[in-house]
Ligand binder design. Structure first.
Ligand code: HEM
Length: 411
């Protein structure tokens, strides 16, 4: 039964609406089938495990089947070492702290907020440039180019190189999906190649930034010496690759899921048009209702851990199904209702604990600006196709295209 449910989660046929499967999963909060992962689907158990130091994020601890593009083995000659997403303390904490020096408080408290006018201009430019209002592909024309442009500006990566890193980033994002039936070594080959290409590309850029530093994050990471000393070149490459991929393969889905949900809930869209500040609670509710990261498939138990009366043995692989926890009726009233007026929406959409999303303030700001401007400027927008076609990915889930039409574009 468990195996069937796991296959159902990964089955593309269920991509448009995985929520009934999660509902079934929650009937057994700790699902396990011989040789399979332990799948945790209820809110409080997921949250507590995300804060449990007996759980490792380090892919080198994974028994099998946990292929992770951001964490190929350091012994792979040509591959990058694991990024801090897939490291445990103390290395995780040191690298996250060093990166955060150039991104958030206490050293850079205004970095994200200072980008607001620039983000606003990018959003405005993309909406001005939308083609035929009778047939817009929101993913191609808006939701994808926006976060890519933003992360490139932040890191100091030339936007015109997008065609080069797009394919590598897509390969790496796709391989986040676990595949219980595949040989992990076989699956790893394509991702190692993509990581190597991305690493070589970033190495060239970093060398250039060391010689001619700008005010971008790549230059700062490459030249800074804080209390932790400088990052090694390999650490720098892994961190840059992590930020580049995490910075755009997720936000595209939040914006697209957001517009899809608003078009399915026209009363909320109407309210947002009149009251742009509503974008803040709308984005939080979206992170609960349609989270772009549906599950975290790569945790390992470092000790025997008891969850709801089940002992998860040391060495086991765990999947934490964030999107299911977000719809847990034990935690949220009417969980299947999209309701931006919820008084308390502490969702799991950005993770929790030491690995909680590093880019959260930027992701939130991007989605808030994108949705409020789309609501304001598109005249009578409507869906041309519902459900839309989805990307293959089960972990980073979102529409591949979102075809909409509107009567015109307001200035
Ligand atoms: C809507 C957009 C986003 C979503 C839904 C999202 C979601 C998440 C989640 C669920 C995690 C936890 C992973 C885990 O526990 O294993 C995470 C971690 C992370 N995210 Fe995001 N993210 C988004 C945008 C961004 C952006 C824009 C950036 C970069 C600027 C970013 C950088 C990171 C990094 C570096 C980590 C690893 C943190 C750590 O291991 O300490 N994310 N994100």
């Amino acid at each position: 039964m468990t195996q069937t449910l796991l296959h159902q989660i990964l089955d593309y046929a269920n991509r448009a609406d995985p929520y009934p499967i999660y509902e079934e999963l929650r009937r057994t909060p700790v699902h396990h089938d011989t040789d399979g992962p332990y799948v945790i689907s209820t809110y409080y158990e997921i949250r507590s495990l995300l804060h449990d130091p007996r759980l490792s994020s380090d892919a080198r601890n994974l028994a099998s089947g946990g292929a992770d593009p951001l964490a190929e083995s350091a012994s792979e000659e040509s591959a990058l070492p694991p990024s801090f997403l897939r490291l445990d303390p103390p290395e995780h904490d040191r690298l996250r702290r060093m990166t955060n020096r150039h991104f958030g408080p206490p050293h850079s408290p205004h970095r994200v907020d200072a980008m607001r006018p620039e983000l606003h201009d990018i959003v405005g430019g993309l909406i001005d440039g939308l083609g035929d209002p009778g047939r817009i592909d929101l993913v191609e024309e808006f939701s994808y180019p926006f976060p890519v442009t933003v992360i490139c500006r932040l890191l100091g990566i030339p936007r015109e190189d997008e065609a080069r890193f797009h394919t590598w980033a897509d390969t790496l994002a796709a391989s986040l999906d676990p595949d219980p039936d595949a040989d992990p070594a076989e699956r790893g080959k394509g991702t190692v190649e993509a990581r190597m290409q991305l690493g070589m590309y970033l190495a060239g850029l970093i060398e250039e930034r060391r010689k001619n530093p700008g005010d971008d994050m790549l230059s700062q990471l490459a030249t800074a010496e804080g209390q932790d000393g400088p990052m090694t070149t390999m650490e720098l490459l892994s961190t840059a690759a992590l930020l580049l991929i995490a910075g755009h393969e997720t936000t595209v889905n939040l914006i697209t899921n957001g517009m899809l949900t608003l078009l399915r809930n026209p009363d909320v869209l109407q309210r947002l048009r009149a009251e742009p500040r509503l974008a803040v609670p709308i984005v939080e509710e979206l992170l609960r209702f349609e989270p772009p990261v549906q599950l975290l498939p790569g945790r390992t138990a470092l000790a025997d851990i008891e969850v709801r009366g089940v002992t998860i043995p040391k060495g086991s692989t765990l999947w934490l199904v964030l999107a299911s926890g977000n719809r847990d009726p034990q935690r949220f009233e009417n969980p299947d209702r999209f309701d931006p007026d919820r008084p308390d929406v502490q969702h799991l959409g950005l993770g929790s604990g030491i690995h909680s999303c590093f880019g959260a303030p930027l992701a939130r700001l991007e989605a808030q600006l994108a949705l409020s401007e789309l609501a304001r400027r598109l005249e009578k927008p409507r869906l041309l196709e519902d459900p839309p076609p989805y990307r293959q990915n089960a972990v980073l889930r979102g529409p591949r295209h979102l075809r909409i039409a509107c009567d015109g574009i307001r200035p």
